[in-house]
Ligand binder design. Structure first.
Ligand code: ASP
Length: 444
């Protein structure tokens, strides 16, 4: 069984167990299941796994970006990759939110009626000013940027270092080789962490589902159904059309090969923590050269959030309707613009999309406490939109790579390419170990 299949099984079993705990009422505060199973065992396993993924992100992005820049070897081409991916990321986000608004304005009024009576409370967090977002791309202190995992700053510094190494020329060759080796080692580390995914994903899902407010889900059914429909439409419709339009490639292959990244994004609710898996899927399975993917993947995980923008569009229409506020064309255009901007400033971590939504609400004059209404169901929806977010990153990476002739089309088309077989990892590790032991023995 492939790793993906195992993880999918684990996901299913996790959901079933979570539902059993939730519906059976076993998750009572202070009870054994709550204390030791959900809040104990599942929490620890899930947290360890997410932390292991996060551990990989910074060194992986650093080494793969430097080797990517050295691989491109041409600063002009680097600029082209940057501009193209930025443009496509913004375009896909704008389309996503426009479709979401269109769908929800057509459907939501049919199934829910305005009722401003609400006891929900939500206090807005300060959203960063856009000017600060741009200034903050440059790290004042590189160590701090790495320590805090500030992705845009790390990208900025790594590219600059790569360019500088290019300028140093011949003298930097051995270092470049070293970086290449470290990049490969980091990729191996990704497969090692991925091998533990079945157990971790089971724990993550069992915990998440057992804690879900299922009754809330039914109360907010209109919001949830429209949002999920918009997410699916974007995933299977818009993104695949964009892929096919720009590359003429078969989108079903991408959908199949990006599943690992989607499952990891779904389980962790974090595009950022999923970077290692997305990068692996995009390079080893879809055939995007590291020179493009090393930039587009972490960049996308930071600034491109189609799923989040969709949630913001649907939520705005839903809350405006509940409060009986007419947004009008200008209001909707403002929502589109604000959500696109908000997605640049949103970090790819759990739940931030909802915080950034307050920025959109303030701008169009909707009551921020309205967000409190949808807070209870956001956990599950965050998982879904994060899976859409990383798919958008993969699609844009593939489109940019194809246009730059950095896409290995035969690898893209080969269905089995880059599959992580758990067994294969074991054998690989065993073989490598055997070799090391052998050489040590020979020496002694
Ligand atoms: N969890 C999302 C992500 O990491 C961001 C959000 O919408 O909250 O992509």
């Amino acid at each position: 069984m492939s790793l993906t299949a195992k993880v999918l099984w684990a996901m299913g079993l996790g959901v079933i167990l979570g539902l059993f705990i939730n519906l059976g009422g076993f998750n009572t505060e202070g009870g054994f299941v709550n204390e030791y199973i959900v809040g104990g065992l599942f929490y620890v396993i899930g947290k360890m796994f997410i932390t292991a993924l996060k551990m990989l992100v910074v060194p992986l992005v650093f080494f793969s970006l430097i080797s990517g820049v050295l691989g491109i070897g041409d600063i002009k081409k680097l600029g082209k990759v940057g501009i193209k991916s930025f443009g496509l990321y913004m375009l896909t986000t704008a389309i996503a939110i426009a479709v979401a608004i269109g769908l929800s304005t057509a459907v939501i009024p049919l199934f829910s009626s305005p009722s401003a009576q609400t006891t929900a409370a939500f206090t807005a967090k300060e959203a960063p000013a856009l000017s600060a977002v741009f200034i903050n791309i440059i790290p004042a202190n590189v160590v701090e940027a790495f320590a805090s995992g500030n992705m845009l700053q790390i990208i900025f510094f790594s590219i600059l270092l790569g360019i500088s190494l290019l300028m140093v020329g011949k003298k930097a060759e051995s270092l470049a080789e070293g970086v290449e080796v470290l990049n490969e080692a980091m990729m191996k580390m990704v497969t090692i962490v991925m091998a533990t995914a079945p157990v971790a994903v089971f724990a993550l899902l069992a915990k998440a589902v057992s804690e879900l407010g299922l009754d809330l889900l039914a109360q907010l059914a209109v919001y949830v159904v429209v949002l999920v429909a918009a997410l699916l439409l974007h995933l299977f419709g818009t993104l695949m059309l964009i892929l096919n339009f720009f590359t003429r490639l078969n989108p079903f292959i991408l959908l199949e090969k990006i599943r690992d990244a989607q499952v990891f994004a779904f389980s962790t609710s974090s595009s950022n923590a999923t970077i290692p898996v997305t990068l692996r899927s995009v390079t080893k399975r879809l055939g995007v050269d590291n020179s493009v993917a090393s930039f587009t993947v972490p960049f996308g995980a930071t600034i491109n959030m189609d799923g989040t923008a969709i949630m913001q569009g649907v939520a705005t229409v839903f809350i405006a309707h509940i409060y009986g506020v007419e947004l009008g064309v200008t209001g909707y255009l403002t929502v589109i613009l604000m959500s696109v901007l908000a997605s640049i400033g949103t970090a790819g971590v759990p739940g931030v999309g909802l915080i950034m939504l307050s920025m959109v609400f303030v701008q169009v004059g909707l009551p921020v406490e309205g967000i409190g209404l949808i807070l209870g169901v956001d956990r599950l929806l965050d998982m879904m939109r994060t899976a859409v977010n990383v798919t958008g990153d993969a699609v844009v990476s593939t489109v940019v790579a194809k246009s730059e002739e950095e896409l290995d089309i035969s690898l893209y088309q080969e269905r089995e390419a880059g599959l992580v077989e758990v067994l294969e990892i074991d054998e690989e590790i065993e073989e490598e170990f055997a070799e090391v032991v052998h050489s040590v023995e020979a020496k002694s």
